[in-house]
Design a protein around this ligand. Structure first.
Ligand code: MN
Length: 147
């Protein structure tokens, strides 16, 4: 799903939707506390944001039982996760250390155009599907190590 199919949400909203999606995928539910920990913010700011997300019809929020994503919220979250995963893979292919790749993917995922994300996705799939690429990447590793 390309981002251009949605109205442009702020980086902050995208981060929340991504975090909610990831936590629900892992735990089956999400509470304010989980989001606060994941995003390193305070529970009151999570509550405020959850109300905003609900007013945008991106989640259904219940103060004590937590939140669920609406179809629209889920679509956006999946789109961000796709961007995140693609960017992480690209950076890792280029031998960026795992933790750095993940952190940088989170910064880049909000800013790249749908065209770039689309081509990065194609590029990752191409590399993963060709045996020759594995050899080339091995050469690239040696190239980096001997510089
Ligand atoms: Mn991310």
């Amino acid at each position: 799903m390309l981002k251009s199919e949605f109205k442009n949400y702020s980086k902050n909203i995208e981060d929340y939707l991504e975090a909610i999606y990831n936590i629900i995928s892992e735990k089956g539910y999400v509470r304010t506390k989980n989001i606060a920990e994941e995003l390193n913010v305070t529970p009151p700011s999570v509550s405020a944001m959850l109300q905003k997300l609900e007013s945008e019809k991106l989640i259904i929020y219940e103060k004590y039982s937590g939140a669920v994503l609406t179809d629209k919220g889920k679509q956006i979250a999946k789109s961000i996760k796709h961007r995140h995963d693609t960017l992480t893979k690209i950076l890792k292919v280029m031998l960026v250390p795992d933790a750095v790749a993940k952190a940088d993917a989170c910064k880049l995922e909000h800013n790249l155009s749908p065209e770039s994300i689309n081509q990065l996705t194609n590029f990752v799939e191409f590399i993963e599907s060709k045996k020759e690429c594995a050899d080339l990447l091995e050469e690239f590793k040696n190239f980096c190590e001997t510089r």
